[in-house]
Design a protein around this ligand. Structure first.
Ligand code: NAD
Length: 387
């Protein structure tokens, strides 16, 4: 979404544009991220609604699911969206080069050995799952979101999720709705640590009610083979050693910037914590080489942010105005109820210094929420007291 969206806009603005892609068009979001996750979440949500239909006076007996059929449905949507990008490239005259790119000089990209020159280069190579140094992480049955979102998917009876961040929460929702046993082990004192505290608390309550086991302030020590699959050994908040049994373990502890092998020897852009450092206009420390999305230092790692950044880069190159304010990036975690947010959390606003007021209303007070049995949500506004 960093690359193809920028490419289409760049071509629309009259710049001669080529995209080099070594895998499939669409990147993580389309092939191993947002889109397949949303397809699985949609099926899981429909299933939950059917199972709870009795509460509305509806009769839906014998409701079940076919794991492989759900995966096929997801694949059809992903294939269709990918085809849409290829069509868009043809229509907008973006050249699609299949191969592995390496930047060999500030204006030169080698694609599987063939040199191409360009006035400007935009890097949108994204991120890859972090694999923490936990003993046993290489055992069969230990996966990342890449494997769970592969075309065939992976089914587990008992899933242990390491990491209570966004990926961890969305997969907890999917597998629990499919009736699987789910345990979440999170190192921080709360789930979704980057979000508002009240959201974390509310979500934890909701997940526990659904039967999801949650261990907070927990440190995973090792994963070992067990009689029935795997055992995740962790230290809980009291410092006691605990064991969670599973046949599948999902490592969802964050994603790292990915630009392995992209720069030829001798080209050394500035980096921080393994990510590319960019100016406010997304230029790396090498003139004429720009970068957007998950690959840049301090990125919010959201597809729509990458797209907005890519558009702003090509607008600047084409001398067009930039109309998006990139300081405010809305986000949504697709659990049920969904968690949407934009701007500062209450804690961040307080830390920023000026007095803060908070308004909160439960969705219990909202007729439509009540009718749809979605009364557990709330809307919270954080605003500067002064004005
Ligand atoms: P994350 O940073 O959101 O969460 C990782 C979690 O793992 C953190 O809560 C962290 O405290 C915990 N953790 C780290 N090491 C641990 C350990 N050894 N043991 C236990 N817990 C540990 O990362 P993610 O969930 O992997 O997601 C990656 C990125 O992808 C994020 O930036 C996320 O925003 C993005 N993403 C967004 C969406 C969405 O917007 N709907 C969906 C999926 C992914």
């Amino acid at each position: 979404p960093g690359g193809y969206v920028a490419a289409e806009r760049s071509a629309e603005l009259g710049l001669k544009t080529a995209v080099v892609e070594k895998g499939q068009l669409g990147g993580t979001c389309l092939n191993r991220g947002c889109m397949p996750t949303k397809a699985l979440l949609h099926a899981a949500k429909q299933l939950s609604h059917m199972r709870s239909a009795g509460a509305l006076g509806l009769i839906a007996d014998g409701v079940d699911y076919d794991f492989n059929a759900v995966q096929r449905c997801k694949n059809v949507a992903v294939d269709q969206l990918r085809e849409g990008i290829a069509q868009g490239f043809k229509l907008k005259k973006v050249t699609h080069l299949v191969g592995t790119a390496q930047i060999t000089a500030p204006n030169t990209v080698s694609v599987d050995g063939e040199a191409i020159t360009a006035a400007n280069i935009l890097i949108a190579t994204g991120s890859a799952p972090v694999r923490p140094p936990i003993p046993g992480l290489d055992l069969p049955g230990v996966v990342t979101s890449d494997e769970l979102l592969s075309p065939e998917g992976r089914d587990f009876r008992q899933l242990v999720i390491i990491g209570g961040g966004v990926i961890g929460m969305e997969f907890a929702a999917i597998y629990r709705a499919l009736g699987r046993a789910v345990t979440v082990i999170e190192a921080a004192p709360r789930l979704l640590p980057a979000m508002d505290r009240e959201i974390s608390q509310s979500l934890a309550m909701l997940l526990k009610k659904q039967g999801i086991e949650i261990a907070l302030n927990a440190r995973v020590e090792r994963i070992v083979d067990a009689e029935d699959g795997l055992a995740v050994i962790y230290t809980d908040k009291k410092g006691e050693e605990c064991c969670a049994e599973a046949d599948g373990v999902l490592a969802a502890v964050g994603r790292r910037a990915y630009f392995d092998g992209l720069f030829a020897d001798g080209l050394c852009p500035e980096t921080a914590h393994g990510a590319l450092v960019c100016s406010q206009h997304f230029e790396t420390s090498i003139k004429g080489i720009f970068a957007v999305g998950d690959v840049i230092a301090g990125s919010v790692q959201l597809a729509h942010a990458a797209s907005a950044q890519g558009i702003s880069v090509v607008h600047r190159l084409a001398g067009r105005p930039i109309t998006t304010n990139l300081n405010y990036v809305p986000s949504c975690v697709y659990v049920d109820p969904e968690i949407a947010s934009v701007g500062m959390t209450e804690a961040q606003a307080k830390a920023a210094g000026s007095p803060v007021l908070v308004g909160k209303t439960p969705t219990l007070a909202n007729g439509k929420s009540l009718i749809e049995h979605c009364e557990r949500g709330f809307i919270k506004l954080v605003f500067r007291a002064e004005d």
